[in-house]
Every structure is written in C-alpha cells, then in structure tokens.
Ligand binder design. Structure first.
Ligand SMILES: NC(=O)c1ccc[n+]([C@@H]2O[C@H](COP(=O)([O-])OP(=O)(O)OC[C@H]3O[C@@H](n4cnc5c(N)ncnc54)[C@H](O)[C@@H]3O)[C@@H](O)[C@H]2O)c1
Length: 331
C-alpha cells in the first residue's frame, strides 16, 4: 500500500483493520500501537478458585469443622471513609468499668464516638461522670458476671434497647494471691466464672448481633505475666491463659463476618488490682526489666483497646498484644 507521510495508516488493535492516526500519533515516531489490555471479567477471576466437586469438598470439610464460610465480599465498614470520630455510630460494651483499665477504656471509647455500656458488680458513678465530661453517651449496668442468668439478661436487654453491638471488651477479672493449697474450690470456680466463662457467654450472646452488621471487635484482657513463674495466682493465670487460647480459636471462626478477636495483655498497671495484690518489691523489680521505666497507666491500655476497636484495625486478629513497656514477657 502506498502511504504518504501525512496519511500514515497504522494497525488497530492487532487486527487487520486500519485507522487514521490521531494528531498525537503523527507527532510521535514510529507508529507502534500496543493493543489495549483486556480487562478480565470478575466471574473469570472467581472461577480460578477450586471449582465443581473440589470446591464442594472444601466446603463440606469447613462445615464439619463448624467453620462459617467466607463470602468474597469486602465490608466498607472496615475502612475509614471520612474524618468523623472513628467509632461514631457504634455501640461498645466494657466489663469491669467501675475503675482501673475498664474505666479508662469506657472513657476513651466514648471520646472516640461510641455509645458505651459499662457493666460492673460495683457502682459506676465515677465512670459515669467522666464519660459525661467528655460528651459521651453511656449506660451503666450493675451485674455480677459470675451469674450466668445476669449475663443472659444483659444480652437480651442490649439486643432490645440498642439492637446492635460493635465492640465487646471483656475486661472484668478477679484474682487471688494465695498459694494453690489455700485456694478453695469455690474460689477457683468463681475466678473461672468471672475471668473465662463470662467472656465466653458474652461472646456467644453478642456475635449474632455483630454478624448481622458484618462488623465486630472482640477484645479480651489477659495478663502479660501469665507465662512467668510467680507464686500464688494459679486460678487467675489458668483463666488468663484460657482467654488467649479461646481468642485465637475464635478468631478463625468469626473472621468471615468482619469480626476480629484479639487479646490485650497489660504489664504491671497502676490500678487497685496491682496496688493491692502485687508487693512494692515485685512492682519495682518488674519496672527495672522494662524498656520504659514506669508503671503502665490505664490510659496506655485504653488507647490500644480503642485502636483495636476501630475500622482501621480490621486486619489484626488472633493476636495477643502486650502493652507492658517492653517487659520481657512472652506468650
Ligand atoms: N492492673 C494490672 O497490673 C493488670 C496486669 C495484668 C492484667 N490486668 C487485667 O486488666 C483487667 C483490668 O484490671 P484492673 O487492674 O483495672 O482491675 P481492677 O480490679 O481495678 O478493676 C476490675 C473491675 O472488674 C470489676 N469486677 C470484678 N468482678 C466482677 C464481677 N463478678 N462482675 C462484674 N464486674 C466485676 C470490679 O468491680 C472492677 O471494677 C483485668 O482483666 C486484669 O486481670 C491488670
């Protein structure tokens, strides 16, 4: 074909059809056209997963393990979309919120925009005042978490009144510094019921609400020191180790529904629990082993818990996060 310089014809899309060059083509040297990339349709990408009988076998195996199957959908609730307070519109429940780490957490979650339900066996007047001071929304429940009937009633009431629960912080706990041969079985049972069974009952009660919204944050408070030999806390430590195991297993069962489950393990933190049950010598010795030479403050824990509760922490699950100034604990 005779082609004059001003009427160059170039191949179009790799076919035998020809087109006249656009002005930009004419200014640029040789007429090389890269065929546009083919966009692979979504249904073809999905069909790359095991198909037919193979995928049915995978599903059956998951069902046998009690696994909730993941649908390939992405929840926009797991992303930050604007500059609103990160927890605006969410409902959080914090146990053991009358004082210490639970109180600081309730205040911090409220500051971040969540409506907070505090549950404690003791009155929560001080927490109420502090939440109101930061402009938060707040409901206080008086309940003994060792009583399964109170937990069922709490789940019913939250479901009826709020119709949702986005964040569950299992923080309430009791301990007993006596030696193992001094620990009565009644006391063992109570420690287990408050520290381990109550978190499980609350999780079981509230996960359906989280699933319905495809968003949930379960944060269980353990203890950084559970792996260290230390006299006199056998039931407490057994319960706190149990929380770590339970959380890790749980994270694999709820992840498909936009729910994360993590443990936060405090080091020695300046609260009534630490000041009553740990000797000044033990507290001082722990601080010398830390990178950051001070006692933890309830607000240190509250900040970590609030981050884990938010949309930006949607890819963190099954973890045990130590907030202990760098103390040499491992778990
Ligand atoms: N303070 C520390 O040094 C430290 C270290 C490691 C882990 N932790 C953990 O952090 C969490 C908070 O500890 P803290 O130091 O703030 O303790 P804290 O004793 O100051 O507060 C615990 C709260 O739980 C409540 N509670 C106890 N039994 C309850 C029950 N049956 N029903 C309802 N509420 C009940 C108490 O009334 C209290 O308000 C606990 O899980 C604890 O094991 C604390």
């Amino acid at each position: 074909m005779a082609i004059s310089a001003d009427r160059t014809l170039i191949p179009y899309n790799g076919t035998r059809r020809w087109r006249r060059p656009a002005a930009a083509d004419q200014n640029s040297s040789p007429a090389v056209v890269v065929p546009p990339r083919r966009t692979v349709p979504q249904h073809e990408i999905q069909s790359a997963a095991p198909a037919g009988r193979a995928s049915a076998a995978y599903r059956a195996a998951d069902d046998r393990r009690g696994k909730h199957r993941c649908r390939t959908r992405r929840s926009r609730r797991n992303e930050m979309t604007d500059n609103k307070p990160s927890l605006a519109g969410m409902v959080a429940l914090v146990t053991g919120s009358a004082q210490g780490i639970g109180q600081a957490t309730a205040v911090r979650l409220a500051q971040a925009g969540a409506a907070v339900i505090g549950v404690d066996v003791s009155p929560q007047d001080e927490t109420s005042e502090r939440v109101v001071q930061v402009g938060g929304r707040w409901w206080a429940h008086l309940a003994d978490l060792a009583d399964p009937a109170r937990i069922d009633a709490l789940v019913d009431e939250v479901t009826r009144t709020h119709g949702r629960l986005d964040i569950l912080v299992n923080n309430a706990a009791i301990d007993d510094p006596v030696g193992f041969d001094q620990l009565s079985m009644d006391r063992w049972d109570r420690i287990m019921r408050v520290n381990l069974e109550a978190p499980f009952r609350l999780i079981r009660g509230f996960v359906p609400l989280m699933r319905a919204n495809q968003y949930g944050r379960i944060i269980n408070i353990s203890s950084g020191s559970v792996v260290n030999p230390m006299t006199g806390f056998v039931a407490y430590r057994a319960s706190k180790m149990g929380l770590i195991g339970m959380t890790r297993a749980l994270s694999t069962e709820v992840g498909c529904d936009g729910i994360t489950a993590n443990v936060v393990s405090p080091g020695v933190t300046e609260t009534a629990m630490a000041m009553t049950n740990l000797t000044p010598e033990f507290r001082a010795m722990t601080i010398t082993k830390q990178g950051i030479k001070r006692m933890g403050q309830p607000t240190d824990l509250a900040a970590t818990i609030t981050f884990l509760a938010g949309p930006e922490a949607g890819f963190i699950t099954g973890q045990n996060i130590m907030v202990n100034g760098g103390a040499a604990f491992t778990a």
